[in-house]
Design a binder for this molecule. Structure first.
Ligand code: FAD
Length: 161
């Protein structure tokens, strides 16, 4: 049984901020994600979107100005190249993010986390040989993501949204 002052579910912007801040204050912290580390914004949301939407907006602007002072014949979107470019900055994120947690002394775990009972979280019940069990040691659980339901005091939903 692992015991931590803070158990954080998710590794996106909200979860990372909570984890680093509490670790800096001397808490023992565990962080868990069922998907590659880094969260929506860096891997699937804001950052990739800006590049992919940016290409679309540019081609639209170029086509609108065609024959209005701009020769745009032949300009087109190369989707495969856009995706390759996107991957140059999304692919390194999971490893870089996990190493940053570990370097600051945050224990990292992979798998689906679920609340087994008040104060207890299980991770990876989907993985053979699991689950890993955690007890909230002194303080609380922070969850990042979408949940906005009423939760007991020891569970704190935090969202970057
Ligand atoms: C296409 C797109 C474009 C966007 N563009 C912008 C933008 O331009 N500007 C902006 O401000 N916002 C944007 N957003 C919104 C922004 O990405 C989110 O608001 C932000 O990422 C939320 O951060 P978070 O830390 O709350 O959650 P997330 O980053 O979503 O992290 C939640 C993490 O929790 C993990 N998780 C959930 N449940 C469990 C579980 N039971 N066990 C283990 N792990 C679990 C998930 O795998 C996930 O990694 C965009 C979103 C999308 C989808």
């Amino acid at each position: 049984m692992h015991k931590f002052d803070l158990i954080v579910i998710g590794t996106g912007a909200a979860a990372s901020a909570a984890a680093f801040k509490c670790r800096k204050a001397g808490w023992s912290v565990a962080i868990i994600d069922s998907r590659p580390f880094g969260g929506t914004c860096q891997l699937r949301g804001c950052d990739p979107k800006k590049v992919l939407v940016g290409v679309g907006a540019l081609i639209d602007a170029v086509r609108r100005m065609n024959r209005k002072g701009l020769k745009s014949e032949g300009a087109h979107i190369d989707w495969a190249e856009s995706m390759l470019f996107k991957r140059t900055f999304t692919d390194p994120v999971p490893q870089r993010q996990e190493e940053a947690f570990q370097k600051s002394g945050i224990a990292t775990f992979h798998g689906v986390a679920r609340f087994a009972k008040p104060g207890r979280i299980e991770v990876g019940s989907d993985v053979p040989g699991s689950p890993v069990r955690f007890d909230r040691h002194r303080r609380q659980t922070a969850t990042a993501g979408h949940s906005r339901r009423e939760l007991p005091e020891y569970q704190r939903p935090i969202s970057g949204t």
